[in-house]
Design a protein around this ligand. Structure first.
Ligand SMILES: *[C@@H]1O[C@H](CO)[C@@H](O)[C@H](O)[C@H]1NC(C)=O
Ligand SMILES: *[C@@H]1O[C@H](CO)[C@@H](O)[C@H](O)[C@H]1NC(C)=O
Ligand SMILES: *[C@@H]1O[C@H](CO)[C@@H](O)[C@H](O)[C@H]1NC(C)=O
Ligand SMILES: *[C@@H]1O[C@H](CO)[C@@H](O)[C@H](O)[C@H]1NC(C)=O
Length: 518
């Protein structure tokens, strides 16, 4: 064959495979923020002509190249769990909470895996799949890759947990990285390292208990005779994490780890609605923006807490306040306060008169605030929020308050400190500049690597030995044991040798002495 023709043919083959791929995206976590993180990726892949099928708990706006499988019933499963609404948030006893969590997780997984709309996607004769992109904390879906015969990319809407980083061989060494949460505070003290090491061992033991459960889900709901989790968890072609270095530890990672951190979900500015634009333009003495995000919202606040906020805001006049408040009306609403059920948050934060952002510490919200360089007052509720908020006080681009113990004085003091002390603004401006200074955007990176996986049908050639090495080798326990053994043998050898020599000498001398005395 003519070399040129060959090149042209293979190029056209690549062009086809990469241009019109059928991509199955699965984001099962019932959190708006998890869903929102990946929407720009779906849209960009669709724009490039791929045919996407997205399994989601929060439908996005329709797109001609994206079909969606609606798992929003997951929210009802949570709401109705154990007859009570949100039992998982209300339980305070840790052991009971774990119990509720396990129970609820099981109910959700079974609901999702048995969803009738998912059935055709489990059948390779009905659905031709070129690539699966799935949230890596739901590893039973990796089995679908084997069943449909296509590579699997794992994604995480924040930094991945260590057990997920472990899938692709990234550093999870307990001397540097926390095993239980995503916080870091290096260097770790001896006690912290001890605790971490114990957790590492615990996780290993836990996986012995949990992996068979995952295997059961696979066997029951995805397909028979598929590989076990112990093998499956190594099948990822790529791990896409959203680990903004402002929040997460810097970690040596293998080339199949793609960090889109630093505001992957951020979109270009849009003009504000006229009334909002006017309100903010007229806030000459500055405006405080208050939102607890989409999962936690102001309905979670007690009446007393709402009253504390209302009074404090009133006292802060002539400064103005914009509050994403879910109720129609607020009693005794002061004249310097506006409430709205929904706000275009990022565009509000971009307005120069917004001086402080009161937030629950959700990752996406904080990234929008960092992008817009607005100092924050963080009031965490659950999940990673506590750590994100801790980060703002450590790096001094915000102040943390506990919503359970909040009072008028602490709230007012914190807001005034953020407004009056230029340190916070300076720090967040620096962070903002760093997070924007990147060779390509997170989404460009993710799209390039996704098509790389499509072009090569996986990334086996990039797999690091660190992904497969057993823990005892990673911590060279066998080497240490061997060296100690050799050392002990040497010492014993020397000991017995000396003993032997002494015995010989004694024998020889005692004979000589006998000869002399005779
Ligand atoms: C859908 O894919 C086609 C190419 O197949 C592309 O021209 C079009 O712009 C895409 N539509 C969207 C909304 O991304
Ligand atoms: C896109 O994928 C869906 C399955 O989710 C399929 O029904 C449809 O025919 C595909 N479209 C193209 C153009 O391949
Ligand atoms: C839920 O309610 C039903 C009937 O109202 C009751 O029998 C059951 O024990 C309740 N379950 C829990 C977990 O409270
Ligand atoms: C919200 O409004 C409803 C009535 O519309 C009321 O019952 C409820 O207590 C209000 N919630 C708060 C937090 O004010």
């Amino acid at each position: 064959m003519q070399p040129l023709l060959f090149v042209l043919l293979s190029l056209s083959f690549l062009y086809d495979a990469v241009d019109n791929a059928n991509i199955l995206g699965i984001i099962p976590s019932p959190f708006y923020s998890h869903q929102a993180t990946f929407r720009p990726l779906w849209k960009e892949l669709a724009r490039k002509g791929h045919n996407l099928t997205i399994v989601t708990t929060d439908l996005m706006e329709p797109n001609e190249n994206i079909s969606q499988i609606d798992l929003s019933g997951t929210y009802d499963v949570i709401k109705n769990h154990r007859n009570g609404s949100y039992s998982i948030l209300k339980e305070t006893n840790l052991i009971k909470k774990l119990d509720v969590f396990r129970d609820l997780a099981n109910e959700i997984i079974v609901y999702q895996l048995t969803h009738p709309d998912l059935e055709p996607l489990k059948d390779p004769t009905k659905y031709h799949c070129d690539l699966i992109i799935v949230e890596a904390v739901h590893p039973w879906f990796f089995a679908l890759g084997v069943k449909l015969g296509c590579p699997v990319i794992g994604v995480s809407s924040m930094d991945a947990f260590p057990w997920v980083h472990n899938f692709v061989g990234n550093a999870i060494h307990p001397s540097m990285y926390y095993q239980v949460d995503l916080m870091y505070n290096n260097p770790l003290s001896f006690l912290e390292r001890l605790k971490n090491t114990a957790w590492t061992v615990m996780y290993k033991l836990l996986s012995l208990k949990v992996f068979p459960v995952f295997d059961w889900y696979v066997e029951e709901y995805i397909g028979k005779d598929l590989p076990k989790m112990t093998e499956l968890h190594k099948s990822l072609s790529l791990l896409i994490v959203n680990a903004n270095p402002a929040f997460y530890p810097i970690r040596p990672s293998t080339p199949v780890t793609v960090n889109i951190g630093g505001g992957a979900h951020l979109v270009k500015p849009k003009p504000l609605p006229k009334d909002l634009q006017d309100y903010l333009d007229q806030s000459k003495d500055g405006c405080i923006y208050f939102s607890l995000g989409s999962t936690i919202n102001s309905n979670y606040l007690s009446r007393e807490t709402i009253e504390i906020f209302r009074q404090t805001f009133e006292e802060l006049a002539p400064m103005r306040v914009l509050w994403k408040y879910e109720n129609e009306t607020l009693e005794n609403k002061p004249h310097n306060l506006e409430i709205r059920k929904w706000l275009p948050q990022h565009d509000v934060l971009r307005h120069p008169n917004v001086k402080v952002f009161i937030t629950q510490g959700g990752l996406q919200s904080m990234e929008e605030a960092i992008d817009s360089a607005v100092p924050m007052l963080g009031m965490p509720f659950y999940g990673d929020q506590k750590n994100n908020v801790k980060k703002m006080s450590i790096k001094k681009f915000g102040i943390a308050l506990d919503v359970a113990t909040i009072d008028k004085k602490s709230l007012k003091d914190a807001i005034l400190e953020l407004v009056d002390n230029p340190l916070y603004k300076k720090n967040i401006e620096k962070l903002s500049a760093i997070s924007k200074d990147q060779p390509m955007t997170g989404i460009e990176k993710a799209v390039w690597w996704t098509e790389y996986v499509l072009r090569h049908g996986g990334t086996e050639h990039l797999r690091s030995p660190s992904a497969d090495i057993p823990l005892y080798q990673y911590f060279f326990l066998d080497i240490i044991a061997f060296v100690i053994l050799v050392f002990i043998v040497l010492i014993l050898l020397v000991y017995y040798l000396i003993k032997l020599i002494r015995t010989i000498f004694r024998l020889v001398f005692s004979k000589r002495n006998k000869v002399k005395t005779n």
